[in-house]
Design a binder for this molecule. Structure first.
Ligand code: ADP
Length: 460
């Protein structure tokens, strides 16, 4: 181009690009000023660049040109001067390269880098010698060092569990495993240490090995875990104290109870005829209360003993367990004209005596809380992934939905006229304790068309 912005030489590719970009045809001898660009700022920019070049400046710059609505592209433009033999400036030339693709990639990379730099999670890149090659802002904040300081440091400076002498072995592990999580301890610049979880990813690029560490400060989690452990230990201790207390009390109260019933018996047999009807009723009431108290104590003692000193786990045939239970309930079954049916039963791993107690409680409840119809009890076992589900279904009085959880609590009895049924409210609490100690769950549902179904699970 000469000093009047007239094209002195151009190639086809240049012409085609100007046509594509600005929709303009340029010829030898035509002037840059005759072109109208869709974006007027483009022309200002070009005139500006050429003016500098025509003043003898030689430079390379990248500019974005083109139709603002449609096709903006990036061009790397290199300007050089043209001089005559005497060295006088007679024009300038430029070489134009479309670098849009490269720019887009750079832009995407910049965005990614920006995201990594500002990510909330601390990220560090480490080379095979344990040096930090890259750290983001969150990593600097976490460790209390500046980026420049960290880039002079190694893993061993901040991770006391990863000393330099163990590093070759650790690095081998990183390469072998590729990506994995580990827990460690980091040390801040202040000297304070704290627990971290690190997601390590090994990468290989242009023949070099390195790894990325995504780090999470797990102090809060560890504190919560420790608090939970303490609370659990405390709970276990207070539970066991309570059970011990219940066991001692229920055991020790039984002998005074026996003494009372002994005296009631003596009184009624010694005084016999001399007793008024009222006195006899009173003695009978005392005897009933003492019996009830004995039942309660027995239940409490049974409850507190469940699983004490560990479960006696062994393979047991549930058929045989049911036979034992039904034999011991023969009298009750006959008195209530009850029918108990069961399908095929599996073999399970359980404490057999405790399993007997569970079925005994559930079956005897199914008979006790019967409706007007003769009781019918169906026992089934269903196989589910990882567990057996046992069901004891009856056609009795049923349980309102709002009470179906509460009944598994200690001394929880529902029915207004409980004296009609007798009982202590300990049976289901004992079942729950036994089932849970076996790693299972127990719950109640409604049966159709009437009655309840008690279901419990045992691991397979
Ligand atoms: P209880 O000694 O009173 O039978 P449980 O702990 O075995 O104590 O049962 C608690 C309460 O749950 C019972 O008092 C009763 O109200 C209710 N219940 C238990 N089993 C059944 C059932 N099969 N049908 C209806 N209600 C039941």
């Amino acid at each position: 181009m000469d000093v009047n912005f007239r094209f002195l030489a151009l190639n086809r590719a240049y012409q085609a690009e100007v046509k594509r970009l600005f929709g303009a045809d340029i010829q030898l001898g035509s002037s840059l000023r005759d072109i109208t660009t869709p974006n007027p700022a483009d022309m200002d920019c070009l005139i500006d660049l050429w003016t500098r070049a025509l003043h003898g400046e030689e430079f390379t710059e990248t500019h974005e040109l083109g139709d603002p609505g449609r096709d903006r592209r990036y061009y790397e433009i290199r300007f050089s001067s043209i001089r005559d033999r005497e060295g006088r400036l007679i024009g300038a030339a430029h070489i134009v390269r479309d670098v849009t693709e490269r720019k887009r990639i750079e832009h995407r990379l910049q965005l990614t880098q920006f995201a990594v730099d500002h990510a909330a999670e601390p990220i560090l890149r480490i080379d095979s010698a344990g040096h930090f090659m890259y750290v983001n802002e969150a990593a600097c904040r976490l460790l209390g060092y500046t980026r420049d300081e960290l880039l002079q440091m190694t893993v061993f400076d901040i991770d006391p569990l990863n000393p330099a002498d163990l590093w070759p072995e650790r690095w081998r592990e990183v390469k072998e495993r590729g990506a994995y999580n580990l827990e460690s301890i980091y040390r801040r610049k202040s000297g304070e240490t704290f627990p971290v979880e690190i997601a390590v990813t090994h990468l290989q690029h242009e023949g070099r090995d390195f790894c990325y560490a995504f780090v999470r400060d797990i102090s809060a989690y560890k504190r919560a875990e420790e608090a939970l452990r303490r609370v659990n230990a405390e709970l276990a201790r207070s539970n066991s104290d309570l059970e011990q207390f219940a066991s001692i009390v229920s055991h020790d109260l039984r002998s005074p109870m026996l003494t009372i019933s002994g005296y009631v018996f003596l009184l009624s047999s010694e005084l016999g005829e001399q007793l008024s009807d009222e006195a006899r009723n009173m003695l009978e009431a005392i005897r009933c209360t003492v019996d009830q108290m004995n039942e309660l104590l027995k239940g409490l003692l049974g409850y507190s003993r469940v699983g004490r000193g560990g479960l006696n786990l062994a393979r047991c045939q549930v058929d045989a367990v049911l036979r034992t239970v039904l034999t011991s309930l023969t009298a009750e079954l006959q008195a209530a004209q009850a029918r108990v049916m069961h399908g095929p039963m599996p073999e399970v791993r359980a404490d057999e005596l405790l399993l007997v107690q569970v079925f005994q409680n559930l079956i005897s409840n199914a008979i006790k809380y019967r409706g007007v119809l003769p009781p019918e009890v169906h026992i089934t076992a269903a196989q589910e992934p990882g567990r057996w589900v046992f069901s004891v279904a009856d056609n009795g009085i049923g349980i309102p939905p709002e009470h179906r959880e509460r009944i598994f609590g200690m001394f929880q009895r529902l029915h207004a006229d409980e004296s009609k049924y007798g009982g202590t409210g300990i049976g289901l609490a004992t079942c729950k304790k036994i089932v849970e100690q076996h790693g299972g769950r127990i719950w109640a549902e409604a049966n159709e068309p009437q009655g309840s179904v008690f279901r419990f699970t045992l691991p397979r």
